[in-house]
Ligand binder design. Structure first.
Ligand code: ATP
Ligand code: PH2
Length: 176
């Protein structure tokens, strides 16, 4: 599992916590993925299309032997498996998985863009990412993640479940 990647997860329909748990467990149980760390779970005000319920958001750090495109296929399978519906652009969803970073690669294809092009303006992504890795350098611009986070407002991003509880429940660190 020679590659490192960060994946952002979000849900704002139904049992949001259960969707996130199922997705992290599916990543954890994938033969070619191991989950190295999780952030806290945050409850976040909707961004973009605002006439929708609050999201639960989190970020996970993984090691993987999958290529970026195979990883995208795996994340899309997980979204599909848990009944994701996409009706409104940036609208409500049971489960959304976005690949934020993959090693230091810059990828720009129709199917896949890495770093994820909208991550830099999204506090609901950058705050949990920073929690996992405070010294991360964004490869495309060689700029520290810290400098993006310092410019952000954390308004609308509230801790909903602590990192310790999440790791205990989902990675079995002292838990199940
Ligand atoms: N880094 C990436 N991670 C996940 N999907 C990506 C990425 N780059 C491009 N895509 C493409 O985006 C499509 C998914 O778009 P989707 O409808 O989920 O967007 P969204 O979640 O509504 O909005 P956003 O991408 O702003 O979070 C996928 O089909 C995939 O091919
Ligand atoms: N708070 C929040 N807002 C969003 C989110 C999300 O995950 N959290 N996802 C979106 C499209 O991917 C659009 N808006």
């Amino acid at each position: 599992m020679e590659n490192t990647s960060y994946i952002a997860l979000g849900s704002n329909i139904g049992d949001r916590f259960e969707y996130l748990c199922k997705a992290v467990i599916a990543l954890r149980d994938h033969t070619h993925i191991s989950v190295l760390a999780t952030s806290s779970i945050y409850e976040t005000d909707p961004v973009g299309y605002v006439e929708q319920a609050c999201f639960l958001n989190m970020v996970v750090k993984i090691a993987t032997s999958l290529s970026p495109f195979a990883l995208l296929a795996a994340t899309m399978d997980i979204e599909k498996k848990f009944g994701r519906k996409r009706e409104v652009h940036w609208g409500p969803r049971t489960l959304d998985l976005d690949i934020l970073l993959y090693n230091h690669e810059n990828i720009e294809t129709e199917q896949l863009i890495i770093p994820h092009p909208r991550m830099f303006e999204r506090a609901f992504v950058l705050i949990p990412l920073f929690e996992i890795d405070e010294s991360l350098i964004i490869p495309s611009v060689q700029r520290p993640l810290r400098s993006y986070v310092e410019q952000l407002s954390d308004k609308g991003v509230r801790i909903w479940k602590s990192r310790e509880e999440v790791e205990e429940q989902l990675l079995g660190k002292g838990g199940i």
